[in-house]
Ligand binder design. Structure first.
Ligand code: PRP
Length: 189
């Protein structure tokens, strides 16, 4: 059966499949230009939200890249940095003296990226940059430099294209605003 991709509760589309595709292509071209002529770029996807963005961005790169993934326990629902956040899955590769690019689906408070950025900087890469598809600028708690931004978006709960609500909606090829009626106040963890 062919899925309709019109998920109940997420019908208010913020970014269409075409809009995302065009912007990811532009980002791939810009990032490729920046690293052209250098050693292979190591692209590091932050699980799980960035899986679709990472897969698409890699395909838009015109230079040689390597791909790896990293995962941390969630900052969701926390307003400040917490010592209990930890690395759940580390990289397979050493990043010492490598050009690395962290690939993230959305920057909200910035706490997840700050944590990962600091953890990876401590391993002495040659350079570290960050690409994020979505930026909810007004939600920022931790200032983290984002080098490549796909879209600035308003402070709404968005799902699709890798982003979930309680693990749902990740497979939708577009990004939609979740109907507030769908959001339950209980801790989703
Ligand atoms: C989401 C999202 C980002 C992070 C952004 O991940 O994918 O990684 O939150 O929020 P922040 O800027 O406030 O830290 P989540 O922890 O929900 O895990 P997931 O990627 O597995 O969905």
């Amino acid at each position: 059966m062919i899925p309709s991709f019109v998920e109940e509760g997420a019908t208010d589309i913020l970014l269409t499949r075409d809009e995302i595709g065009r912007r990811v292509r532009e980002m791939g071209e810009e990032i490729s230009r920046h690293y052209a002529g250098g050693p292979p770029l190591l692209m590091i996807g932050l699980l799980k939200g960035s899986i679709l963005f990472t897969a698409d961005l890699v395909r838009e790169m015109s230079i040689d890249v390597e791909v790896d993934f990293i995962s941390i326990s969630s900052y969701r629902g926390r307003s400040t940095s917490s010592g209990s956040v930890r690395l759940l899955r580390d990289l397979d590769r050493d990043v010492y003296d490598r050009n690395i690019l962290i690939v993230e689906d959305i920057v909200d408070s910035g706490l997840s990226l700050s944590y990962i950025r600091n953890a990876l900087l401590a391993r002495s890469p040659r350079s570290l940059a960050i690409a994020a598809l979505l930026d909810k600028r007004q939600r920022r708690v931790s200032e983290v430099p984002v080098d490549y931004v796909g879209f600035q978006i308003p402070d709404r709960f968005v799902v699709g294209y890798g982003l979930d609500y309680r693990q749902r909606y990740r497979g939708m090829p577009y990004i939609a605003v979740l109907d507030p009626a769908e959001i339950c106040d209980e801790d989703p963890s």
